[in-house]
Design a protein around this ligand. Sequence first.
Ligand code: SF4
Length: 708
Amino acid sequence: MTETHCPYCSLQCGMRLVSRRAPGGPPRPPRGTPQVAAWEEFPVNEGALCRKGWNATGLVGHRERLTTPLLRDRTTGELRPASWDEALDLVADRLSTLRADRGADSVAVFGGGGLTNEKAYQLGKFARVALGTSQIDYNGRWCMSSAATAGTRAFGVDRGLPFPLADLEQTDVVVLVGSNLAETMPPAARHLDALRERGGTVVVVDPRRTPTADRADLLLQPVPGTDLALALGVLHLLVAGGHVDEEYVAARTTGFDGVRRSVAGWWPERVERATGVAVDELRALVRLLADAPKVMVMTARGAEQHSQGTDTVLAWINVALALGQCGRVHGGYGCLTGQGNGQGGREHGQKADQLPGYRMIDEPAAREHVAGVWGVPADTLPGRGRSAYELLEALGTDTGPQALLVFGSNIVVSAPNASRITERLEALDLLVVADIVLSETAALADVVLPVTQWAEETGTMTNLEGRVILRQQAVTPPTGVRSDLDVLQGLAERLCSPVPFDTDPEAVFAELGSASAGGKADYSGITYERIRAERGVFWPCPAPDHAGTPRMFLDSFATPDGRARFHVVEHRGAAEQPCADYPVHLTTGRVLAQYQSGAQTRRIRSLPDDGPYVELHPSLAGRIGVTEGATTRISTRRGTMTAPARVVATIRPDTVFVPFHWVGANRLTNDALDPSSRMPEFKVCAAAVAAGVSTGSTIGPAAAVGAP
Ligand code: SF4
């Protein structure tokens, strides 16, 4: 039996993997499929798992599992099996030639928010030291970056939840802005139920009545892209009603006077016009907040994945600060991280602008410290690179990278404006993808490297609470696959890296701890042994005898003067507004049985895969002549797709929803970027919907589709 964690979302539920026994017979061999069992003692989920977790072993021993490197045959254009030496030699040769001919930045690296801390750390080091390139970023840029930017600006450091998730049960009012946690991380929803049982109140802000909204005492359904205006309206009424905690604001914050002035013009009727939220509903929310001793405000992708996502989060942080909640037990602001290692993945150096421990790559002291741990001169480290979308957009152009190494990401499905990005991938001289199955991105690659998956390897993850946990190897990997750490070591050696790369995850974690020491995300006091003994350790944890930090900001914030910062922000609205040709809002999101690009979950037969669908309101369906299940065509300026209709009264009549786990949704989404975080606007764009002409789901280029 092995105690480990789910391979999917940021809750990182604890689970036990046990070998199946034939009745009366010996245990199955280590490579057999283990069974998932509850681990009741792990505090985050107390034995509860969602459907994805219970079926997580469905990919162990899966028939589509890659077990040998694949090379694209230049004659036939097909992928053919190759030995590891042949594959790694080829990759290293081509990278070396490119670097010699066009410079180090002609090679790029793309990571993922699902990689372990060890892999994320090693990937950043590999890019900067073995390749010498500044061109590294990762798909977490599309998940967490707006909340991370806002958290850093307001509090001096970004930790998604600065308190344990279970604190939710002890607050009085929780406001969930753009989160559907009942569907995306169901075990977390028990805290909402417990809160309501003890008399607390749940408020949900979402254009759709989701399963989370079904648990809410108050649901506000704003127009997509207007959460910021709603927050401005909330703060306006709090100020007008004298509900600001002036003592707290004076003692623990700066910048409120400007914010107070900036919300003066956001009277309720103006907010109603901007957001579609009725004045009475807005006032009801403000009454709840004004009367509650303890309030938690939480945002998730619905509020963050916008071209003004950072400002939207800052606007809701302003609300929490004005109420005097941040840094108080059972109150404050938190972000519900999405990907499995969405938190740790953004701390240890796979972001274009960061070094391990949340150090910034352009700070001289940070460079000196990390270069010292790595054993290289600081002046050999490159500077900032391009952010994720900008990096992909530059691939194969005259000034952009000509080769890309991808680890833990399925870009073809998950990138915004995905058709354009697919073209850029096809324009590369060399695309190398390390993955466990032939994902849509791996299928385009020149070289595919088969790597180990969660149950076959050991490594740490950092969950949405900042709790560092340990995934332990439970089964032997199939013959022929290697860990990502092995791949990086093999390439680094062939590239004549100035320093060696370790392949033992525990040794890499120890090195990561040294590199993070003294940084904002300090892991230097955390060891595998401690994680096992304590069932997770919260960072910052700067020494072996430090208890870790479950609750942050209780005494001061991580700013130079210890005070939190208010920020004046203005509502601009979505980059693309409805018009005559594209008259409705398109928003995207997740479903219970699937995870991210679906590369893993779509292959698990025990998880339902109904394919994509278009969710729309009966009044809109009636106008365009679509009935339940009928083929519906949805188009944006970037592409078109068809999928069956789901006609529901739970969505705004001016909005349609498409889940993004399949190829299609992201061919429609907008690549407008937040100016600070560089987060694309996944959550809203202008679209046209019409009755389709075929059955099933199809995708295609943009079509001129008129108003319904
Ligand atoms: S809630 Fe998340 S971590 Fe927990 S079982 Fe489901 S997918 Fe896995």
